[in-house]
Ligand binder design. Structure first.
Ligand SMILES: Cc1cc2nc3c(=O)[nH]c(=O)nc-3n(C[C@H](O)[C@H](O)[C@H](O)COP(=O)(O)OP(=O)(O)OC[C@H]3O[C@@H](n4cnc5c(N)ncnc54)[C@H](O)[C@@H]3O)c2cc1C
Length: 414
């Protein structure tokens, strides 16, 4: 008999899980409160960032953070009223701002991210979604040689983990995307990277393929789990009661409440992030770029330039705030004084973040038919295609070709 699976959450992780399960012969229902790519997977910077293996929690963060929070020109923000709620998480999060943890994190994440472009190409193979995937170097632009040298810690760790990059200065800069030329005296070009030209359209296109192959999409808000004889046998949404042989939770930043119901005690928060888009720009770059001084990413997308970045602690429910958006607008105007455009669109999103910044990927010991895949913080688009594929393999009884012990959700079981 054909086995059935409920996949909760139709972001990149859930979509990839659903498609790979379908390819392995399962009958899959994707459940989302608002449809495919309605969460974080819609508004990210679109970079397939194979080498983004340095967490936010780097040595020195503890001393730098208070000063950054006081200056609205810095990409770190906090809603003051949220501080009491944040403190327990923050103390655990900051405890990871040391070299040993960065090295551990970088090694684990390098295995997850290094083949991201290939993973996305496999996911979208033979479908209309493939048109959104581009091979591109991911550029880092530095204001000075000294600024680049200050980042040596990160580049050394990337090199140690096998990531390839080229440092361009002087006449070498002629090879850089002409849009950025002469704007940065030092540019680092990260190789084996890519971008998704429109993450929302990409995931919606994947969903169409999933549905055309017989997959079901249920739009409904998950309110509870149905437990029978020590198994999670289904989900209760605001529209229906659904059951299946397996249940997969890929709810991104909204995973906290469900995790508690599954018996996982995870220090978990939203790292709020923003984007603005310059719609119908007069001209635009081809490569995505991290502007190192402001820690924001510029990505050319279909019909617009997206600038994404900022880390803000303030929870899932509060709306967007003016200061982070104003910072992105100020950055856009100083970087592109000569670009004209029709309007600016704004977006607030939530990066799903654990205290050690490592995502949870795998089967739960407490409920043998339940799998989770969430917590990919800044790099979920990059790692999402592979995460979904590995979850599908595990459900299908295959062994993923990667050691997943650093991502074991059962370390949080209580
Ligand atoms: C500003 C910004 C820039 C970023 N840039 C990049 C980048 O360049 N590259 C990169 O790799 N990553 C980037 N990221 C991170 C990346 O976007 C996320 O890690 C990734 O999208 C997470 O995917 P997901 O599938 O886990 O979650 P999501 O995409 O958030 O999907 C979760 C889904 O669950 C649904 N859901 C939630 N609760 C319920 C419920 N109760 N019932 C039913 N459905 C529910 C939501 O509607 C949503 O569709 C960025 C993030 C931000 C905020």
């Amino acid at each position: 008999m054909i086995k059935t699976v409920l996949v909760a959450g139709a972001g990149i992780v859930g979509m990839s899980t659903a498609i790979w399960l379908q390819r392995y012969g399962y009958r899959v229902t994707l459940v989302d409160q608002a449809g495919p790519a309605s969460g974080t997977s819609y508004g990210n910077a679109g970079v397939l960032a194979a080498g983004s293996v340095i967490p936010v929690t780097t040595p020195g963060l503890l001393t730098k953070a208070p000063g950054m929070l006081l200056r609205s020109s810095q990409p770190l923000f906090m809603r003051p009223s949220y501080l009491p709620k944040l403190v327990p998480f923050l103390s655990k999060y900051l405890a990871h701002a040391n070299r040993a943890h960065v090295e551990r994190y970088a090694a684990a994440m390098s295995h997850l991210l290094y083949d991201t472009v290939e993973q996305h190409r496999d996911l979208a193979a033979g479908t209309a979604a493939a048109q959104y995937i581009n091979d591109e170097d991911y550029l880092f632009g530095y204001d000075s040689r000294a600024a680049y040298e200050k980042d040596q810690f990160a580049w050394d760790i990337r090199r140690k983990n096998g990531h390839e990059f080229e440092v361009l200065e002087g006449s070498d800069l002629d090879a850089v995307d002409s849009f950025y030329r002469r704007r940065f005296p030092v540019v680092v070009a990260n190789k084996n990277h890519g971008k998704i030209n429109d993450p929302g359209a990409y995931i919606r296109a994947l969903c169409k393929v999933f549905q055309s192959e017989g997959g079901l999409l249920h739009i409904g808000k998950i309110q509870d789990l149905i437990k029978t004889n020590g198994r999670i046998t289904g989900l209760l949404t605001d529209k229906a009661t659904m059951s299946a042989d397996h249940v997969v939770f890929t709810l991104g930043p909204w995973s906290g409440e469900i995790a508690k119901k599954l018996g996982l005690r995870i220090p978990f928060e939203s790292e709020r992030g923003y984007h603005i888009e310059l719609v119908n720009p007069s001209h635009m770059p081809t490569a995505p770029m991290m502007v190192a001084s402001g820690k924001f990413v510029v990505t050319p997308m279909i019909g617009r330039i997206r600038l994404a970045g900022v880390v803000e602690f303030g929870g899932l429910s509060a709306g967007a705030r003016k200061a982070p958006l104003n910072l992105l607008k100020k950055n856009a105007l100083s970087l592109f004084p000569d670009v004209s455009f029709d309007r600016i669109d704004e977006w607030l999103g939530h990066r799903p973040t654990t205290a050690n910044s490592l995502p949870l990927i795998g089967a739960l010991r407490a409920f043998e038919n339940v799998f989770v895949g969430f917590g990919h913080q800044h790099v979920g688009l990059t790692g999402g295609a592979k995460t979904g594929r590995m979850i599908a393999q595990m459900i299908d009884g295959q062994t993923p070709n990667m050691d997943l012990s650093e991502f074991d959700p059962n370390v949080y079981a209580h």
